[in-house]
Every structure is written in structure tokens, then in C-alpha cells.
Ligand binder design. Structure first.
Ligand code: CA
Ligand code: CA
Ligand code: CA
Ligand code: CA
Length: 408
């Protein structure tokens, strides 16, 4: 619509923003321009004719704000309940300005602010997530997306071996069963509150526990498993009882004769023979003066830990029959816990107690001896010898016999 009455227009010059500096020039009367932001702009067109004469016109143009565009993504795409989800709105934009505000509605009653936010859902389900973005000119845009959250239950764990409260020794295989609706990420155990030990496995997990490195007594085994979101715990207590073994000879010790004791390898051996005597050293001998049951205790230091072994040893009493002017006479006390008949004692003594030998016991009610004559007395003469009774033996030849049952 511009014209020149005495010639033609050869140039069109445009100032789009009123700063009196031309931004575009063209020989064509048509041109496109877009402003990078909204606002009120003074646009000046200057036309130049073929004689270099110029003419200008200025008009005011109102450029409107373009609303922003909202969009977002999230990771992971298929989250579980209680798993942290990252919502990212950085793909939202505003072509004629910038986004100054991001407001989230996570669809579970909670909200958030910011371009990148984290949120976790306490339970599985379908949620409508809404994002509202606002640009620097106050225009806003909204987008809603639907996301699905899978449910996630806490895992479960059981220590299947050893049994709670059991007595263990040596190498113990600790076995743990763990299961989960999603999957077990790790299983760990610890003993007595020490550092957690990571176990390998798929459905059962196990650990070889060397109990000989631990003191005898109560120990706590804890196990836990993790599904990526939840821990589950289990614990048991067991009694470690590691015994070291010793042996002795002869296997049927007699009173008044040495018994030899042998310990396994270790350090700092202490023997308690149970009759008030103590000895030190790996291999020792001891004479028990009288027959009895003795609790012999050995303490050995192995791997820095004191270990104890205790055995009850039966020491039989050796009775020797000594010849004197009246054949052979012995006074003995029946020390046994159990009663015995005179005839049984005769067969116990055996060979020295030949036919005609006599066993006598003082009878307090009669005030005289009951006598049993081996091979001669009828059965009604057989009397009972009770613990604590004093017995007189008169035999025709000397010898020894062992009283196999002894005081306790
Ligand atoms: Ca300009
Ligand atoms: Ca805008
Ligand atoms: Ca704008
Ligand atoms: Ca789970």
C-alpha cells in the first residue's frame, strides 16, 4: 500500500522494536517477522524511491504472550510401592519466556514443587499425576498422566538351622530362608552384634560358622534380608559347647596304681583330678588312693580360648588279701552304693576264696558274727552285706581282688 507518485519504491526498511535501528530491508513490500517475547512494539517502515527520497510511518503493535507447554517423564517407569520415583519436567518449555514455577499433584493426596522431584507411593495402584507449569508472564499449562505403581510387601526370613536354644559345637552350618513378593536383594547374618556378613544364595542362604573360635556359652545369631525397600529380621541364640577330648590308661584304673592322662595339642594344660589334686602339663599321671568315681577336668587353651573337658572316671578299689598266722584275714568295709550277698562277694573275690573260706559280718542285733562258709553253708546262711558294713574275710590262700563298685 506504499507508493511513489513520480517513480517507484526501490527499498523497504523495517525497524521492529522502535530503537531507530533498521533490523530488515527488502526490495519486496512483503516480509514476515516474529518477536521473541510478548510486548508493545513501535514498528517503523521507511520506503526509499528511485531518487533516494525516503518516507516513514510508525505503528504500534501489541504482541501477546504465548502460554507455556507442560510435559514430564518419570523413572522408573513401573515403580513399586515405597520405591523412590523421580519426576522430571525439564521437557516443558515456553517459547517466548521461561517457566518459573512447577507444581505437582502426585494423585495420592501429596504435592510437590520443582522441575525435578522425588516421590514414593506407600501402596500400589493407578495414580493420576498432574503437572502445572507457569511462565514468567503468568500464563500456565497443565498436563495429567496416569501411572501404575506395583504393590510391594515386606520380605520374610527364617533361620532354619541351628535350632533356637540348641547346643552346638565345631563347624555349624547356619541356614537362612528368605522370600519376598518382588525379590530378595541381599541376606546377611551377624554373630553377637558384630559386623554383618553378606551371604550368597538364591532361595536358601548359608554360612559355615566355626564355633571353636568362640567361647563356650550363649551366642546370638541374627539374620536380615532386604528386598530393596524393606528389611526383615530373625534371631536365635545357641549354646556353644566345644569339648576337647583326653584319654587315659589303663581303661579300668585301680586305687593305689598310677593312671596316665593324655591331652590333645594346645597350651596351658591344667588337670583337676577331682580328689583335691591338681597337675599341669600335657601328659600327666596320677594315683587315686581309694576307689571312687572321680570327675577329672582338663582345661586347655586352644586358639586363644580356654576349652574344658570333663570325664567321670571309675577307679576300682584293689583289696589285697595278706596271709597271717590264722590263714589269711582281711577286714574290709563294703563301700559300695549297692547291697551284695555274701555268696556273691565270694564269687567276686574268686580264686583266693576257696572252699572253706569264711566271710563274716558283725550282726548288731545278735551281738555276734554271721558267717558264710564258701562251698559249705546252706543257702539260708547267705546274708546281705549293706553299704558301710565291716566284713571279715578269712581265706586259705593270699591274693587280690577288685571291688568293682565303689563309693560315690
Ligand atoms: Ca530496530
Ligand atoms: Ca510465554
Ligand atoms: Ca512472554
Ligand atoms: Ca517385597
Amino acid at each position: 500500500m506504499s507508493y511513489d507518485e513520480d517513480g517507484s519504491i526501490v527499498l523497504y526498511k523495517w525497524d521492529w522494536n522502535g530503537d531507530e535501528i533498521y533490523d530488515d530491508s527488502t526490495t519486496s513490500p512483503y516480509i514476515n517477522h516474529s518477536w521473541s517475547d510478548d510486548g508493545t512494539y513501535n514498528v517503523t517502515l521507511t520506503v526509499v524511491d528511485d531518487s533516494y527520497a525516503e518516507s516513514s510511518i510508525t505503528k504500534t503493535i501489541l504482541v501477546r504472550n504465548v502460554p507455556p507447554v507442560a510435559n514430564f517423564t518419570w523413572q522408573p517407569l513401573q515403580p513399586y510401592a515405597n520405591e523412590a520415583v523421580t519426576f522430571d519436567a525439564s521437557m516443558s518449555y515456553d517459547i517466548d519466556g521461561s517457566i518459573v514455577n512447577y507444581t505437582w499433584d502426585f494423585g495420592d493426596g501429596s504435592t510437590g514443587y520443582g522441575c525435578i522431584v522425588n516421590h514414593s507411593y506407600s501402596s500400589g495402584g493407578i495414580y493420576n499425576v498432574t503437572l502445572i507449569v507457569k511462565d514468567d508472564d503468568g500464563a500456565s499449562a497443565t498436563i495429567e498422566k496416569q501411572m501404575s505403581v506395583a504393590s510391594n510387601l515386606p520380605p520374610s526370613i527364617v533361620i532354619t538351622n541351628p535350632a533356637n536354644g540348641s547346643i552346638v559345637s565345631g563347624i555349624v552350618l547356619i541356614k537362612v530362608n528368605a522370600s519376598d513378593d518382588v525379590g530378595i536383594v541381599k541376606v546377611e547374618i551377624r554373630i553377637d552384634g558384630n559386623a554383618w556378613i553378606n551371604l550368597t544364595g538364591t532361595t536358601t542362604w548359608q554360612y559355615e560358622w566355626n564355633t571353636t573360635l568362640y567361647e563356650n556359652g550363649l551366642h546370638v545369631i541374627e539374620a536380615r534380608c532386604y528386598d530393596g525397600f524393606f528389611y526383615a529380621y530373625a534371631s536365635i541364640s545357641v549354646n556353644v559347647s566345644n569339648q576337647i577330648d583326653f584319654y587315659y590308661e589303663p581303661s579300668n584304673p585301680l586305687s593305689g596304681q598310677p593312671v596316665y592322662f593324655y591331652a590333645p595339642a594346645g597350651n596351658n594344660y591344667t588337670w583337676d583330678f577331682g580328689d583335691g589334686s591338681i597337675a599341669y602339663g600335657r601328659n600327666v599321671s596320677h594315683v587315686f588312693p581309694i576307689g571312687n568315681y572321680y570327675n577329672v577336668t582338663l582345661v586347655v587353651n586352644k586358639n586363644g580360648i580356654n576349652m574344658t573337658s570333663c570325664k567321670t572316671i571309675r577307679v576300682d578299689t584293689l583289696v589285697t588279701l595278706v596271709k597271717n598266722a590264722n590263714n589269711v584275714v582281711n577286714f574290709i568295709s563294703w563301700l559300695s552304693l549297692s547291697k551284695i550277698k555274701a555268696s556273691e562277694l565270694a564269687s567276686l573275690i574268686g580264686e583266693p576264696m576257696q572252699k572253706g573260706s569264711v566271710i563274716s559280718k558283725w550282726n548288731t542285733s545278735k551281738g555276734s558274727y554271721d558267717d558264710y562258709i564258701v562251698g559249705v553253708s546252706p543257702s539260708q546262711y547267705d546274708f546281705v552285706i549293706s553299704p558301710g558294713d565291716a566284713i571279715v574275710l578269712r581265706v586259705s590262700s593270699p591274693g587280690s581282688f577288685v571291688m568293682p563298685e565303689v563309693i560315690k
